[in-house]
Each structure stands twice: as C-alpha cells, then as structure tokens.
Design a protein around this ligand. Structure first.
Ligand SMILES: Cc1ncc(C[n+]2csc(CCOP(=O)(O)OP(=O)(O)O)c2C)c(N)n1
Ligand SMILES: [Mg+2]
Length: 1015
C-alpha cells in the first residue's frame, strides 16, 4: 500500500492529468498476460498500452523481469524509498509529457479520483489474493471454533463489512460504480469490468468461503495467473450430477468402512479417519485426474490416520486381508518380527475406473516414526521414473499424506522439500495432503507449532497451499483436481490442507475430553460429512433417499461378506503386503534362487580398460585443472603397474557393474569430488562454466548409466531417499556416503527403523550401501568415529552360537539383517562392492571407509587380487613369518581397518614378526566364525588379543569378544588392547591422541602385558 500511495502522491505532485475513463478501459485494462508478453519489450516511455504505473508495479512486484528494464529501474528506486530521488520526478515528468503528447491529459480532479479509485479497487483485489489475506477469513474450520491459521485477526484491508471500504478511500456510493478489472484477476470471467459490489462478492466467494489459497509468494507470474484463473473464474466449481453421485458413493465407502471396523472391533486400535472421511474421495480424485493426464504409477506414503481405509478404498486391498489382521490368533507365515497392520505396505495394479487406464498403486510400509517415510517415497518415485526414462515425471508420481502436527514438527519434512527441485532428487512434483484435524495426540496446535498454518514449511519451495474445509466435499474435490493439474502443468509440489476434525480420541481407546473438552463438545454435535452431503444431494434432487440407502446397504454387504471370508484366513503372509516386488529376482516362493555367490573378480582386460578411462578426459577440448591432471596421470601409472588405490578400486567396481547393465548411483555430500579429494568422478572444465564430464559414463557404448550426485546438506532426508531408490530394483548399486561417518546419526531413524529392521518387519530386501568414513586420526571428537558399535549392536547374529552349514558364508549373510565391513585393502573394498550385487539376495551393507588410508603408500592392491577367480576375503589371515611357524607364535592380534598398518609398522620396529601374528577381520558382521576358528586353532600357544584404535566402550570390542569366546568355547581369554573407555568418540587434542596411540601400541607388543591376569 505504501508504494501505491507513494506513486499516487507523486503523480499528483507533478500535476499529471491523465486517463479518461474510456482510455483506461481501452488502453489499460485489456485482459490477458500483457505485461508478460509486451511489457518486457516495451520501454518505459514508449508503451502504448501498458502505461499504467500501478499495473506495471504489480507485475514488477511479482517478477521484476516481466517488465521492461526501465520500469524495473524506476520501481527499484521507488521501492528503496527514494521518493524524492531526483530521477524519479524526472522520469514521471517525462512520462507525463509523453501522456500529454498522446492526448491523455484530462480534467485534473476527475482523472485523479478515477486513478485513485482504480488503484484502490486493484489493491482490494490483491488484498484478497495475497497470502495471509483472503484465506485468513475463509471459513476453513468445519467446527467453526478455531481459526485454521491460529489467528483470529482479520486483516484491516479486507472488506468483510462494508464500512471497511473507507480503508481504500471508497464509499458506499461507489459500490455500484463499474470498475475495470486488472489483468491479474479472473473474477470477471468474460467481462472486463464489474461493479464494486460484484467485485467484492466474487472475491469473497473465491477467497473467503471454504477454500483458502496461499500462492502469492510464488514469484512466477504465470503460475500465479494459473491459480487465479482456476479459482477466480466464475462457475469453475460446478459438478455434474454424475460426479456428485460418484463423490457420494466414495464418501459412503469411506464412512461405512470406519463404521464397520468400529462395530466389529470396537476396542481395537485402528486410527480411524472419522472427521476426515473426505480424504478417500480426495485421494481418488487426485489419482483419477492424474491417470487422465497420463500417470501410470502412484507411490504413496502416509501415517497411521485412515491408513486401513486407504488400503481398502484407494489401493483396493482385498477387505478380507485387512479384516483378518484383527484376528489375534493369526499366525505369521514369514520369519521376522512382522509389523502392526497400520504400518504395512501394499502394491496393486488395477484398472482405474474413471479413466479405464491401467494404474499401479503402491503404499510404502513405514514405521511409527512420523514423516520418516517421506524421503523414502521420494527416492522410490525417483527410481521408478529413472528406470522408465520418465525424466519429466509424466508417468510416475508420489502422493504424501501428513498429519498436521507431524508436518509442522518433523524436520525431515523440510529436508524432503529441499530435495524437491534438485536435479538428481526431484520427483517432478509431489502432491501433499494434510489431514489437519487440528490436534496432535493431545496437543493443541497452539502448543505444537509457531507458524500460522501447519503447512508453512511448503512455502520454502514456493509450493502453493490450498486450505479447504473438509466438510465441503465438493470444494475438496475441486481443490484436489486443481492440485493434480498443477503438478502436471508445472511439475512442482503442491499442498492440499484438509481442515477437519478428529471425531474420536487419538486412537479408539483414548478419551479426548480429558484434554480438549470444548473442542470435543463441539465435535459431538458435529453432523457427519456423509449425512450433510447426502442431505444436500437429496434436497437438490441429485439422488433419492432410497438410492442413498441402497448404496450404503450395498457396501455394508460387501464388508460383511469379506468379514465372513476373512475368518478362513489363519495365516498372515506379510509377502502379500510387499510395497516393492522385484519380479523375477526371487523364485516363485519368494526365496533366493540359490545360496551361493560367484567369485567377484573381473578380467584383467576389464581392469585395464576401466583404469585407462578413469585416467582420461574422454571428451574433446576439455581443460581440467593441472592438479587433477597429476591425479589422472598417477592413475594411469597405477593401471600400467597393475595396482589400485582406494579410489581406483572403487572405479573398477562401479565400472564393472555398468558393463553388466547394473545402474550405479552414488549420492551424498560432496561425493562427486569426494570429501577427501580422492574420487573426482566429475571433471570440471576450467574454462567453460558448468561444463562437466563424468568419465564413468564413457566406459562403453552400451552401458548402464552412472549417477553421481552431490546432495543437499541433509542426512536423514538423503539417506531415506537413497534407501527408497534402492527399493525400486535389485539390479542397481545404490550408495550413500556420509561426509564423515559420524554424521550418519542425524539419519538414525532411517538406519534403525528401515535399514536395520526393514526386512524383519516388511519382508522387503534392500541392498543399499552406506559408505562411512571412519578412523581415529586426531581430528577431534567429531570427524573420527562412524560409531561401528551401534551398527554391530543392532546386528542380529547370535554371539553364542554359530550354526555351521554347507554354504555357511552365504547363508550366514542371508540370515543377517545387515553386513558391516571395514576393509583394509582396496581390493577387498572392490570385492565387497561386487559381492553386493552378485549375491542372490539383497542386504544393506555398512562399510567403514578410510580417510588417511586413501593415500597410504601401503594401502594399495595388485590386479592379482582382483582378477577373475578372486573373491572378497572376510578375514585376511597373517601370511608373514609368524604364519610359517605358528607354534612359536606368542600372540595373535586380531584387528580391523586402519590400525592394522600401525600394528605392522610397530611389529617391524620391535622386530617381533616371528612372535606376533596379525590377522585382519574384514567382515565384522556377520561374524566369520568359520574362518576365525581356523585361525585361532592355528596358533595354539598364543595369547589372543583384540586391538582397536577406538575407545573400549566403542568400536568393535563388545561385539567381537563374546563371539571369539564362543569359538574357543570360553577356554581362552581375548585380551583388549586399545584406548580407555571415554564419553566422547575421540580427543580434540592431537598430542593426547598420539600419546594414547603410543600407549596401546606398546601394550599390543608387550608380550608380558597379560601375564598373571585372570579373565
Ligand atoms: C517421530 C514421532 N514422534 C512421536 C510419535 C508419537 N505420536 C504418534 S501419533 C502422534 C500425533 C500425531 O499428530 P498428527 O500429525 O496431527 O496426526 P493425527 O494423529 O492427528 O492424525 C504422536 C506424537 C511418532 N509416532 N513419531
Ligand atoms: Mg492431527
């Protein structure tokens, strides 16, 4: 407003007399997107039909680039408060003389009033449109007791009563005056002008009824215009009788399903949807509309509320499968923990009745942890798009459902939104549906968030937000269909906020009156939406009472019949609830096709070829940095010498997969170069901005694609995303790398709830690889430990038993929940990556990766260790002098990872190579009982030591100790050598670090250290 006033004042001040009514009509208020198309090409003083300051000003406000540069400069000056900028009067004077020379000078008072009135009307229109305006007074709450935005304030510039006209300098007498409408509104439909009375009426209709729109923060004129057109155009919300009847039938299903469950299992938790039954037709509308526009696959993620209803009435899971879940005697057919019924996923292909097209629907299984599934859904969606070549998201899309409290409170929502527009993470628009029942468990919104709406987080990505009163089913359907169109048109996220209520307590056992007495008094009086809508349709003759009752009876019958059938179901097959089947990967019973793994080595030719490409710049006229040239030369040299370092070993593994048609994706913070500047998978032209080259994608003419992508600075969101990506196909190696291993703890929920336990809960395999840089190198409490102890503690292999079987190595991997490795050689890193795909099943793989070893001269491997026939070594036994005379060996030190190199050096320094054997544990979990047993038995006279550089209460000790003791049948001790227990993962003092290293190395080679000690 202040800017407008400034312009009006300034115009007056210079005595500009302009614009008679007809000219305004003709020249100024022509409809269409004039300022976008012509405003950009017409300079400040030559505009013939865009010479209206205010309109340009609005256009400029929305997008400075949409107006000519001269306007831009003009408004910038004005906007920065330079009302008396010497240039401003000049410009206006020049403009005035232009207008006069074009015969636009008019009687002063009249013209000024006219301009002011038109400006006022435009301001008024904008006030309704702009965020925190119209939706502020919209009647969004079906209960009518709370303001959906936690604010009872009505903006003073909204005309909700006629006396507010004064705010704009308008009077009641102006109400019947006709005003030209600006191009930024569509309330006129085909008319260009309307009376002020009609303008207000239509604005209130659009913005202040059951739909509240937030979109004016979007700085894209086209998108704003699109939304205005969709909602402002008179008569847009008309439904045919057929559509109304379908809507009613869907509401019947939604409501009667909940009623049925309540009747049959009145004391069972189900997190009913009562109070938001409209969600079912809402989702169906989104799906119908999207299917109509070409979508073939919809992937959904949702919390507890209404989940069973979605399974029954959206995905169309057989009702008996749902009902039998309520039987406490149902036996589980599958191994693992299983999960409660409102967490299970589902995958279903069917014909969409509205469009007669095939559609696949998948609801992802999820844990209780609210919103954790969001990035997982996005990752899976991205993968499904990727494998279909659906780069624009026209075939596959995701829908995410949220609770109001969780949407506002959980940070992963924000992290997920920030992935939405990143090239390697975008799903080309997600439709978010919020079940905004204005409560979270027992907590009031006023205590649950600091933002006006639960949906404000979506504003960070400029997603439009459509609030809608859930007791107005037609408004909801309209909003949902616009949301689907929006996604299809702009491929951006959109939020539908279903403002509703929760008819019962948090779950069916809860008493809500303890904490929300007034709200629930109102809720108890609330007429169910189905009744309200049915009454309306019966009253207007769309359906008869009899038809309505028949619809209800029909669905009730369907439920009853399914209920009877459900009693025959005695066994629960969680496999029937898989959200991501992998056709052809397992045998018909869902079991692995074998229990063996072929050797993981590759031919020498392949190694050489990959090494050569990894050392080259495979595109012409591409100038790389001199430092990088040196690195590539060193790679070439290594390839010639048939050796690899860590980075080259990784190259070999990834490259070999690409040849075999296995897609490889590496994601995480700064992974393209590598945190430690060792990887360099993306080359950057030093002379052409943003020109890059990924040599890995130039290995063969026919190869699978390699995706390497720096992620946003998120762990929870990005790891969840990659986990979801890995779910889509078993034929891909999907790796997530933490910047430093310890940062994985901000993604702990994904690790605990999905990666560690996902298969046990949901019989769903996942082969994701976590690369966690780890090592105690004096870098301080952080940047040191990837916390291997946490992964090991969650490993499910039994410390007290090792069931040997024929194919122990592979079957042990099959039984475990994940694999934890710490490789000490590049070759072994290569093999473990290769094994990940060559196994006949998928398991998450946690790799503790090195930092200083990346450049350690000893940490290199020969091609001999990687060629065909070679395999991953779970244990690398001592093979030096000690191994040749094992009976003389006094001590065997078992260790893992980098400390091996410190130990070998120290042993040499102390000349103890005959007395001390050092054996490396490369696969820590599942524990290689078989190999270690052999190794232990080889040195009968030696004492056994576990040495680690981590503190005693961290690292591996607590995991390996009971397992070693099991192997020796508790007859021999396994002594600990390493750092003392500590609260912080590492010291921040370099000297303390070195002193403690010295101390434990001394103990490791002090052959009397444990003499006389008992265990
Ligand atoms: C991360 C997480 N924290 C806490 C909980 C416990 N919890 C379960 S439901 C719930 C309230 C959810 O409120 P809202 O998101 O509004 O969904 P509603 O139940 O109202 O549909 C809470 C706090 C949880 N499941 N997940
Ligand atoms: Mg809620």
């Amino acid at each position: 407003m202040s800017h407008l006033k400034l312009f009006v004042t300034t115009l007056k001040w210079h005595g500009i007399k302009l614009l008679e009514k007809q000219d305004i009509a003709r020249r100024v208020f022509l409809h269409g997107q004039r300022y976008v198309s012509s405003g950009t090409s017409e300079p400040f003083l030559s505009a013939s039909n865009s010479n209206y300051v205010e309109e340009m000003y609005y256009a400029w406000l929305e997008n400075p680039k949409s107006v000519h540069k001269s306007w831009d400069v003009f408004f910038q000056n004005a906007n920065s408060g330079q009302a008396y900028d010497p240039h401003l009067p000049d410009q206006l004077e020049r403009k005035a003389s232009f207008l006069q020379s074009h015969g636009l000078a008019q009687t002063p008072g009249k013209a000024e009033k006219l301009v002011e009135d038109h400006l006022a009307v435009q301001s008024l229109i904008r006030a309704y449109q702009v965020s925190i305006r119209g939706h502020h007074v919209a009647q969004l709450d079906p209960l009518g007791i709370l303001d959906a935005d936690l604010d009872s304030f009505v903006p003073s510039d909204l005309i909700t009563t006629i006396d507010k006209l004064g705010f704009y300098g308008l009077h009641e007498s102006d109400l019947d005056k006709v005003f030209q409408l600006p191009t930024t509104t569509f309330i006129g439909g085909s008319e260009n002008s309307l009376s002020l009375r009609e303008i207000i009426k239509r604005l209130e209709n659009t913005y202040c009824q059951h739909i509240g729109l937030e979109f004016m923060f979007i700085n894209d004129v086209e998108q704003c215009q699109w939304i205005r057109q969709k909602f402002e155009t008179p008569g847009v919300m008309k439904f045919t009788n057929e559509e109304k009847r379908t809507l009613l039938a869907r509401l019947v299903r939604s409501m009667r399903f909940e009623d049925f469950l309540a009747r049959k299992w009145s004391s069972e938790k189900r997190f009913g949807l009562e109070g938001c039954e409209v969600m079912i037709p809402a989702l169906k509308t989104i799906i119908d509309k999207s299917s109509e526009m070409g979508i073939e696959y919809v992937i959904m993620g949702m919390p507890h509320r209404g989940r069973l209803n979605v399974l029954a009435n959206v995905i169309r899971k057989e009702l008996e499968q749902i009902f039998c879940q309520f039987d406490p005697k149902l036996e589980a057919a599958d191994e693992g923990s299983g999960d409660v019924k409102y967490h299970l996923g589902m995958y279903h292909e069917r014909i969409n009745r509205a469009t007669n097209k095939k559609i696949t629907l998948s609801l992802m299984a999820n844990p209780s942890h609210l919103e954790a599934v969001d990035p997982v859904v996005q990752g899976k969606t991205k993968a499904e798009q990727f494998y279909r070549g659906d780069t624009a998201g026209k075939k596959v899309m995701s829908i995410l459902l949220h609770g109001d409290a969780a949407f506002a409170g959980q940070g992963v929502v924000y992290e997920t939104f920030h992935l939405s527009d990143l090239p390697s993470y975008t799903t080309n628009g997600t439709i978010h549906v919020v079940v905004n029942n204005q409560i979270g468990f027992t907590t009031d919104p006023r205590m649950a968030r600091s933002s006006p709406y639960p949906t404000d987080v979506a504003r960070v990505v400029n997603a439009p937000i459509f609030h809608v009163n859930a007791d107005d089913p037609e408004a909801v359907m309209y909003v949902c269909s616009v949301a689907a169109e929006w996604r299809n048109t702009f491929n951006k996220d959109v939020v539908v906020d279903l403002v509703c209520y929760r008819r019962r307590g948090h779950n069916e056992m809860d008493e809500p009156m303890f904490t929300q007495p007034l709200m629930y008094k109102q809720i108890h009086k609330q007429v169910p939406v189905l009744k309200k809508y049915a009454d309306k349709l019966i009253a207007d003759g769309t359906v008869t009472l009899q038809e309505f009752e028949e619809e209800i009876a029909k669905y009730d019958r369907i439920c009853e019949e399914a209920y009877t059938r459900s009693k025959d179901n005695k066994i629960l097959h969680i496999k029937h609830w898989l959200d991501s089947p992998w056709p052809g990967f397992f045998n018909v019973d869902g079991e692995p096709k074998s229990m063996s793994c072929p050797p993981t080595g590759i031919s020498e030719d392949l190694l050489t070829h990959i090494g050569n490409v990894a050392s080259s710049v495979p595109v012409k006229d591409f100038k790389i940095h001199a430092g990088l040239s040196r690195i590539l030369r060193a790679r070439l040299e290594m390839t010639k010498n048939r050796v690899v370092d860590w980075a080259l070993a990784e190259y070999m593994a990834f490259g070999s997969f690409l040849k075999e048609g296995i897609h490889v994706r590496l994601s995480g913070q700064d992974v393209e170069r590598g945190t430690f500047s060792h990887r360099h998978h993306v080359l950057h032209d030093q002379e052409v901005d943003k020109r890059t080259c990924v040599p890995m994608n130039h290995l063969w003419e026919q190869q699978a694609p390699y995706t390497v992508c720096n992620s946003s600075l998120s762990e929870y969101g990005v790891l969840g995303f990659e986990l979801g990506f890995a779910m889509a196909s078993p034929n891909a190696l999907v790796c997530w790398e933490a910047q430093f291993g310890d940062f994985h703890n901000t993604a702990q929920c994904i690790i605990d709830q999905f990666i560690s336990s996902g298969q046990a809960k949901w019989v769903r395999h996942n082969g994701i690889v976590l690369l966690l840089p780890h090592g105690m190198e004096g870098m301080g409490p952080e940047h040191s430990s990837a916390r291997p102890e946490r992964f090991l503690q969650m490993s499910n292999d039994d410390s007290d038993a090792y069931p040997f079987s024929e194919q122990f190595e592979v079957s042990q991997l099959y039984e475990c929940n994940w694999i934890v490795v710490n490789c000490s050689t590049p070759a072994n890193y290569f093999h473990v990556l290769r094994r990940q795909i060559l196994l006949p099943f998928r398991k998450p793989l946690i790799i503790l990766t090195p930092k200083s070893l990346l450049r350690h001269p000893e940490a290199k491997s020969s091609f001999d260790e990687m060629v065909s026939g070679t395999t991953f070594q779970r244990v690398i036994p001592e093979n030096g002098l000690a191994a040749h005379a094992p009976h003389e060996v006094k001590r065997v030190i078992f260790c893992t990872g980098k400390v091996y190199y410190d130990l070998v050096k120290e042993r040499k320094n102390q000349d103890l190579e005959k007395q001390v054997a050092i054996t490396r544990l490369e696969q820590i979990s599942p524990f290689p009982f078989d190999l270690l047993k052999e190794e232990l038995e080889k040195y009968p006279g030696a004492d056994l030591v576990w040495c680690q550089e981590e503190h005693k209460n961290s690292g591996y000790y607590d995991y390996v100790k009971p397992r070693f003791r099991t192997i020796v049948n508790h007859t021999r001790p396994i002594w600990y050598v390493g750092r003392e227990p500590a609260a912080a993962a590492a010291t921040g003092n370099k000297n303390t670090h070195l002193v403690s290293l010295r101390r434990f190395l001394d103990t490791a080679f002090n052959l009397e250290a444990f003499e006389g000690k008992t265990f």
